[in-house]
Ligand binder design. Structure first.
Ligand code: ZN
Length: 237
């Protein structure tokens, strides 16, 4: 499975592409999210988003589009931008991967995410939100592993995964959620042949959105799914 990264796979890559003049212009969305008309978007200026990723921080111009039929707008942020979060998907993914996969603390993990990285309580919140949705995501990722006829030995190993930090959970049900999160991470490792865990997290974050969900299930993995101009209030991202 491959990912079609639009605007680069990270903020650093985006800046490099921009500096070398190789950054492709954002694609005009083909269909209006509101009235479902095709080829109806006009360019409608842009807005600036401040993003941070480890030692790199920058303001990115996000193009906006307006439907000439219904007047609704939407924007095309780069793949690595998380809605309503100044940290990129790489920062979020690295924090989640770290906490799900090794014996650690929120405090030790955020130290690795850059000097101006998230606070321990921010990482705690990310882990909490994604863990809560982990079981639904796990079923989908397991299904995709079976469809892709992944190696049985790898799948058995993934099934046995658990989170080394789950013993610290004090809220009822949290330990189980963390174990499911670790299992999800392992299955995603099988699906993406290891080494690209952060990609999985990008997908799972997109999965929390309906548009991303359809794209994921259609197995056409494009993280540049157009987002609504006004994000709905589902999820914390
Ligand atoms: Zn429209």
């Amino acid at each position: 499975m491959s990912i079609d990264w639009k605007g680069g796979s990270s903020l650093a890559e985006n800046i490099n592409l921009r500096n070398s003049g190789k950054l492709e212009a954002a694609e005009r969305p083909k269909r209006c999210w509101n009235c479902r008309e095709c080829n109806c978007y006009w360019a409608h200026g842009s807005y600036s988003r401040h993003l941070e990723e480890g030692e790199v921080s920058a303001d990115i111009a996000v193009p906006r589009w307006k439907c000439r039929h219904c007047g609704s707008t939407q924007s095309s942020p780069p793949s690595f931008a998380v809605p309503r979060c100044r940290y990129t998907i790489r920062v979020m993914g690295a924090g989640l991967d770290g906490y799900a996969g090794r014996l650690t603390s929120y405090r030790s993990e955020v130290v690795k995410l850059g000097e101006t990285g998230p606070s321990p309580s921010q990482l705690f919140q990310w882990v909490k939100e994604v863990s809560r949705k982990a079981s639904a995501l796990l079923v989908e990722v397991q299904g995709m592993c079976l469809t892709a006829a992944e190696d049985e030995c790898g799948l058995l190993k993934a099934e046995a995964a658990s989170c080394p930090n789950s013993y610290k959970a004090v809220v009822p049900g949290k330990a189980e959620e963390l174990d499911i999160l670790a299992k999800l991470q392992s299955f995603a490792g099988v699906l993406f042949r290891g080494g690209v865990d952060f990609v999985f997290w990008c997908l799972s974050l997109r999965l929390l959105k309906d548009t991303g969900r359809q794209i994921f299930l259609g197995q056409v993995v494009r993280l540049s799914a157009p987002q609504r101009a006004k994000p709905r209030d589902s999820g914390v991202f």
